[in-house]
Design a protein around this ligand. Structure first.
Ligand code: PAF
Length: 280
């Protein structure tokens, strides 16, 4: 595995790979890799000649009061994990090479970016779209891999690739969970022992809603009531949102008559966790 920090060098390597007719599968990350990331790398390994992953904690997607400074970083451990999962090229650009002096260009996916997480994280998806487009331009993948835990992110990025005519196959893989059901996230490290225990309520409430849905319940309000009742009982947590939305516009629905996204965000202490299930 090669570790590349220089944009120009990465471009040259990519150019060589493309000229030899090989495909690149790409897994963009912010590092602190867990099994969720490794599942994406494993899938990319199976479907492409070469696998590239990036580690870049993107300042543009963090709000001024958010955790950019303390976001967990461990490039050494990440390189070992990436290598054993099958990454060929680990791209770790420097902030000043991605956002140079005078940087002024941003990508906005209107509408979708203002729903769900966009309400409490204004500007977040603008930062995500901007950096992912820049990484796509540098890495030039045939396929790109994302986790369903960030379902809104995936839907927005897929919209971006369609709208901007990018010839990249966007692949979304299922949420990888800890043994007790908590969705894997680099931010789980922030949780105290007690918060960590309480955070399993996210998955439990989604499971309860899913069971009701499987038993025939199609009324969004009825499903949300079950979820909210469970979440609001946890006094260590603060619910940000629980919403049932359609998968195209991410707008609230009242009745489920096609696949829908039940998405949650909740704070445990200072830590904001998200989780979701697709009801179909
Ligand atoms: O999901 C993430 O880790 C980030 O939002 C991404 C896609 C790497 C962009 O910074």
């Amino acid at each position: 595995m090669q570790i590349i920090t220089d944009v120009k060098e990465m471009r040259e390597i990519v150019e060589g790979i493309k000229q030899s007719g090989q495909s690149i599968g790409f897994v963009p990350t912010m590092g602190y890799l867990h099994f969720g990331h490794l599942a994406l790398i494993t899938a990319a390994r199976k479907q492409n000649n070469m696998v590239a992953a990036s580690i870049f904690v993107n300042p543009a997607q963090f709000g001024p009061e958010e955790d950019f400074e303390r976001y967990p970083r461990d490039v050494e451990a990440d390189s070992i994990k990436a290598k054993s999962a099958g990454v060929d090229l680990l791209f770790c650009p420097k902030i000043e090479d991605i956002y140079g002096a005078g940087y002024a260009t941003y990508v906005e996916t209107e509408g979708l970016s203002e729903q769900l997480c966009g309400k409490s994280r204004p500007g977040h998806f603008r930062g995500v779209c901007t950096v992912v487009l820049k990484l796509f331009n540098i890495v030039q993948p045939k396929r790109a891999y994302f986790g369903q835990k960030d379902a809104q992110q995936f839907i927005i990025l897929k919209r971006m690739t369609l709208d901007l005519n990018l010839d990249i196959e966007m692949i979304c893989l299922p949420i990888v969970r800890e043994a007790d059901g908590l969705a894997m996230s680099s931010r789980n490290i922030y949780l105290t022992e007690q918060e960590r225990r309480k955070a399993t309520v996210l998955n439990c409430s989604l499971n309860e809603a899913k069971q009701l849905y499987d038993a025939g319940e199609r009324n969004a309000q009825a499903l949300l009531e079950v979820v909210e009742k469970k979440l609001l009982k946890v006094k260590e947590g603060r619910l940000d949102y629980a919403e049932l939305v359609d998968l195209t516009h991410l707008l609230p629905i009242t009745k489920i008559d096609k696949p829908a996204l039940l998405a949650l965000a909740m704070y445990f202490g200072q830590t904001r966790l998200i989780d979701n299930v697709i009801l179909q």
